[in-house]
Design a binder for this molecule. Structure first.
Ligand code: 5RP
Ligand code: MG
Length: 213
């Protein structure tokens, strides 16, 4: 099955986000309202993107850590198709986000950033019923030279039935290393947004994804 390509809109203004989406909306499958973008513009960003690009799935990178149902509902009501919840947080919170998604007919991605003992934690997260588990090396860890490749390998080996996503500094030059482990979703932020030609970068990423079909 072909991986979906998700563009993460992180350190961009609303105006920049619009220019970017006009260039890449026909190439990507999912648009992520990234955490810093959400902090700047709130749920209005989700609303505007979903209204303008109704054919694209929208993920709001809420990184929920508490008040699971309340925060997930805010994003679902604004039009998000997915919210994210942190895999390290309380299981009650994750379960509440899963319940809110089921009620709204939407999806949940668990972000495993900084989760310890991945194999054991993944088994629990799968039992809680999230739709996607994301391997994620955050930008601060990337600055220390880390990549999500080893974690993806480990997760692919232990996950039983849940879809996998991978994020953390992926670029056209490195995507093939990740595609070997068949992630259902490949998330790319800077590898598209921080290039001089975002449409060309997105097209190159999509080309690599298509070549795995
Ligand atoms: C950081 C994030 C980013 O959206 C994610 O890491 C993707 O961006 P990049 O490809 O630039 O790493 O959630 O916490
Ligand atoms: Mg993000």
């Amino acid at each position: 099955m072909k991986s979906k390509l998700q563009i993460a809109l992180d350190d961009v203004t609303m105006e920049d986000a619009w220019k970017l989406l006009e260039k890449v909306h026909a190439i990507v499958d999912i648009v992520e309202v990234g955490t810093p973008f959400m902090m700047e513009y709130g749920m209005e960003a989700v609303r505007k993107i979903k209204n303008s690009f109704p054919d694209l799935e929208v993920l709001c990178d809420t990184k929920i850590v508490d008040a699971g149902a309340y925060e997930a509902d805010m994003a679902f009501q604004a039009g998000a198709d997915y919210v994210t919840v942190l895999g390290v947080t309380d299981e009650r919170t994750i379960a509440d986000v899963v319940k809110a998604a089921a009620k709204a007919g939407k999806k949940v991605m668990a972000d495993m950033i900084r989760a310890a003992d991945l194999g054991k934690r993944i088994a629990r997260i799968e039992e809680l019923g999230v739709d996607v588990i994301a391997v994620h090396t955050g930008v601060d860890q990337q600055a220390m030279g880390r990549t999500p490749l080893d974690d993806l390998k480990e997760m692919r080996a232990c996950v039983k039935h849940t879809a996998l996503a991978v994020a953390g500094g992926i670029k056209p030059e490195t995507i093939d290393e990740y595609l070997k482990y068949k992630p259902e979703i490949v998330i790319v932020g800077g590898g598209i947004a921080h290039t001089s030609d975002p449409a060309a970068a997105a097209e190159e990423l999509a080309k690599h994804i298509r070549s795995t079909e």
